[in-house]
Design a binder for this molecule. Sequence first.
Ligand code: ATR
Length: 289
Amino acid sequence: MSAEKPTYGIIGYPVEHSLSPLMHNTAFEELGVAAIYKLFPLQEDELPQFFIDLRKKDCPVFGLNVTVPYKEKVIGQLDSLTPFALKAMWVNTIVMSGERKMIGHNTDGPGFLAHLAELEFSPGGKRVAILGAGGTTRAIIASLSLIPERPESILLYNRTAGKAEALVRDLGQRMDVSHVHLVPSIDDLNIELADLLINTTSVGLKDPQACLIDEERLHSDMLVYDVVYDPRETKLLRIAQEKGASVANGLGLLFYQGILSFQHWAGGQELDQKIKNKIRKVLETGKSL
Ligand code: ATR
């Protein structure tokens, strides 16, 4: 892997659908940096050798994103974790240091909070309802539980109840989750009283008719946040908007977690606002400008 351009990329399986190359290659282009961001589709049995190669002195890879199904599995391969990644036990970004040491970060949680701030939604004291208990929920609950002004409550429903229980039990070992309550059905999410409803399930992905929420429960005094961004407007967001709710799709989360990853790779240097705007536009359209 020597004598190649400085390389960044995303490991996962599958990764073909990822918009991350578009985002990061736009940033390199705008900055005039001769680096490249690639897809690394890896089967699980290929991970150990991949990490052995990463440690080699002449390896051109200086930073990675990590996606499903490896956000937890990579942890054993890393040298250290940032405090938030350690609490969430979930890594979506790896930074290689000069000595090929690997530091695991999680920018999904901070990215979610950055998007809420952009939407001018302050979660402190609010009633939150979450549908789904995968990795995105893990990052969201961890981030909402570690901020000084936490939500009043987080009600959590998942089709497979045991998965939600295991998630909250695990996070509870490293943070106070006393405000998180598991509910046995969607009807118990108290959506009528919620200030923020978050869908982290894949329901609605590539299916404009799929929606788990009864529109009668939505109301105008809430933010409805769907992590799905394909289509940009899911049925959930459409009916929420019809009810007068504020809405957001997952592109903002994708954007902010990516910007934060990029900045970690750049040693903490912030990207220029003009470049951020360009990346945002490229993501909205799904193709290079
Ligand atoms: P991510 O890491 O992106 O959050 P994930 O770990 O694959 O994604 O989790 C997907 C979530 O969507 C899960 O909460 C899953 O519910 P289960 O744990 O019961 O599988 C949820 N999900 C997917 N399809 C669903 C459906 N048809 N109805 C309800 N929930 C669904």
